[in-house]
Design a protein around this ligand. Structure first.
Ligand code: AMP
Length: 557
């Protein structure tokens, strides 16, 4: 059995070191100890996710559903310290983990309970028990569910030591951030299980859960990992390119201005996943119907872009399509109001066989065979050419139709899940925007005093999973948007001090700017000139935000 204490001891050890090789070695030895204890089938998946600060597999629709206020209430009940005092502590320490630790230390003298097992020894929280509790918290629903969640959390805080409570609080809020990202866990799995890193990576791209990959690696069965219908695979991504990059023949397609969808059809069951690989099936009954009636294959995984079109025949703004994807009620009315057009451009699996290792044109042939085009469904037109005039003409057509530009794809390329490579080049006219995570904000002034007015932005450092600040944005936001954003962010407030708010990093903004400059003022080392909000990227996770390396490249560094 692995205890939560062993886990938090490892977290502490990791926080004292900084080199990723060293961190990988520590994580790897934790994995090894778990494997030697014989509990790897049950505990490795939990630990492999927890070290990255994630509780459930990425592809799973389960969410913990615990925000700061629920957490503070549970900490208050476990420690006997009032919520007001806890909020004060948050302001002083600026960190929910330190706050939990201090609150529980102070409370230990007063009200913390020590639970005993049947032998009379103090109960130690095991990783499996902790996970079961978190699962129960996630599954609590309906009336009284908030109280149920609070009670489970109160139990966990009461059972954990103050030091463990700090890590628990950070984990629950999705803010563990000990500097362990996917790359480190991937390498640690390979090291601990004595497997090839490439094989671990490949398995991860296909099943999308490093927890399960870890168990499979210890079973030495990575080569047996295959695509599972119903479980999203990582999407192939595109790199920015230009027409000058065409050395030979490319397949040119419109770059549709819509929302990416990955569609799984298994007999009569259809599931649709977003770019974040979240299950969005319930919001898209019209797409489900279309797939059932017009895709002639028993089992299939498809890639495409859903576009919403306005009365003028042009694609609707991204925000409007996202309204379709986030809708949980009155779904059919919304489907009528904002009908979607599905443009399919790839196929990854067909009737029992993976197609990802087949070449682009071979995949396209299969796609054409199984799709029966309809008004709202088509296979994206593709023109194979080595003539940049032809590609340019198609680009102009796409722009005239209100789309973003073109994609140029290498004819013999395989489908590489999760890879951003030269095989898919995107060509767009506008200056590259940045996708940045909102980590803080300020209340507005005067007329806008009740609205959050200015947002602190950060780019992502994949090596450490940290967010590095790069500037603020207050421009490009309408009053209506401001109140929507204020409502959205009010659920993610960690602490407030005067006008300044610290926010959980959950939302990604797409930001346009005039230039990127070096700046000692922000942790990233860069600042944006004239930043402007283009749109809220509800479809992106915080890990999808632009990296500091990309900022550096765009800055010409
Ligand atoms: P970006 O989001 O700017 O990195 O551009 C890549 C995105 O373009 C993909 O994730 C798709 O959502 C979208 N896209 C639109 N049309 C196509 C297409 N024909 N092939 C591939 N991706 C496309």
């Amino acid at each position: 059995m692995t205890t939560f204490r062993e886990f938090t001891d490892t977290c502490e050890e990791i926080e004292k070191i900084s080199g990723s090789l060293e961190i990988t070695a520590v994580v790897s030895s934790l994995f090894q100890r778990i494997s030697e204890s014989g509990c790897h089938e049950t505990e490795l998946p939990i630990v492999a996710r927890f070290v990255m600060g994630r509780i459930f597999p990425d592809w799973n629709a389960v969410e913990l559903g615990v925000g700061p206020s629920l957490l503070y209430e549970s900490m208050s009940r476990a420690s006997g310290i009032s919520v007001k005092e806890i909020k004060q502590l948050i302001r002083e320490t600026g960190d929910v983990g330190d706050t939990a630790k201090i609150a529980l230390e102070r409370g230990a003298a007063k009200s913390q309970t020590t639970f005993l097992d049947f032998t009379g020894a103090a109960t130690e929280l095991s990783m499996s028990d902790l996970f079961e509790r978190l699962l129960a918290i996630a599954h609590a629903s309906g009336t009284g569910s908030q109280q149920t969640k609070i009670r489970h959390l109160q139990y966990l805080f009461s059972t954990a030591s103050p030091g463990e409570s700090g890590y628990l609080a950070r984990l629950v809020l999705g803010e563990l951030r000990i500097g362990v990202g996917e790359g480190i866990v991937r390498d640690a799995i390979a090291q601990a299980a004595g497997e090839d890193v490439g094989a671990v990576e490949r398995a991860y791209m296909l099943i999308n859960d490093l927890g399960e990959v870890a168990v499979t690696a210890f079973r030495h069965d990575l080569s047996g990992v295959t695509i599972v219908i119903g479980r999203p695979i990582k999407l192939m991504l595109a790199q920015t390119g230009s027409f000058g990059d065409i050395p030979g023949t490319y397949a040119v397609e419109w770059k549709f201005d819509g929302v990416r969808v990955q569609i799984h059809k298994d007999g009569n069951i259809v599931r649709i996943f977003s770019r974040k690989l979240e299950d969005v099936t319930e919001s898209l009954p019209d797409v489900v119907k279309l797939v059932k009636s017009n895709i002639h294959a028993n089992q299939v995984i498809l890639d495409g872009e859903a576009v919403a079109v306005g009365l003028d025949g042009k694609p609707l703004p991204f925000q409007d399509i996202m309204r379709r994807f986030r809708r949980k009620y009155d779904v059919s009315a919304m489907a009528q109001k904002i009908p979607l057009y599905l443009n399919l451009f790839d196929i990854m699996y067909l009737d029992g066989a993976s197609l990802i290792d087949k070449e682009l044109l071979a995949r396209r042939e299969r796609l054409d065979e199984i799709v029966e085009p309809a008004e709202h469904l088509r296979v994206a037109e593709q023109r194979c050419t080595d003539d940049s005039d032809v590609a340019h003409a198609m680009y102009q057509e796409a722009l005239d139709a209100g789309h973003e530009g073109v994609m140029m794809k290498t004819l013999d390329s395989v489908y590489s899940p999760g890879k951003r490579g030269k095989n898919w080049l995107k060509i767009k006219p506008i200056m590259e925007t940045l996708d940045l995570v909102v980590v803080g904000a300020d209340w507005g002034e005067g007329r806008r005093a009740n609205l959050i007015g200015s947002y602190l932005l950060a780019c992502y450092d994949p090596a450490t999973s940290e967010f590095l600040e790069i500037g603020r944005v207050g421009t490009g936001i309408t009053d209506e948007q401001l109140s929507e954003l204020t409502e959205l962010f009010s659920q993610h407030v960690i602490s407030e001090e005067g006008k300044t708010i610290e926010l959980q990093p959950v939302v990604v903004f797409e930001i346009a700017y005039e230039a990127i400059q070096k700046s000692p003022h922000y942790a990233s080392g860069y600042a944006l000139r004239f930043p402007r909000l283009v749109r809220v990227r509800f479809d992106k996770t915080i890990e999808d935000a632009d990296s500091v390396e990309r900022v550096e490249r765009l800055a010409g560094g």
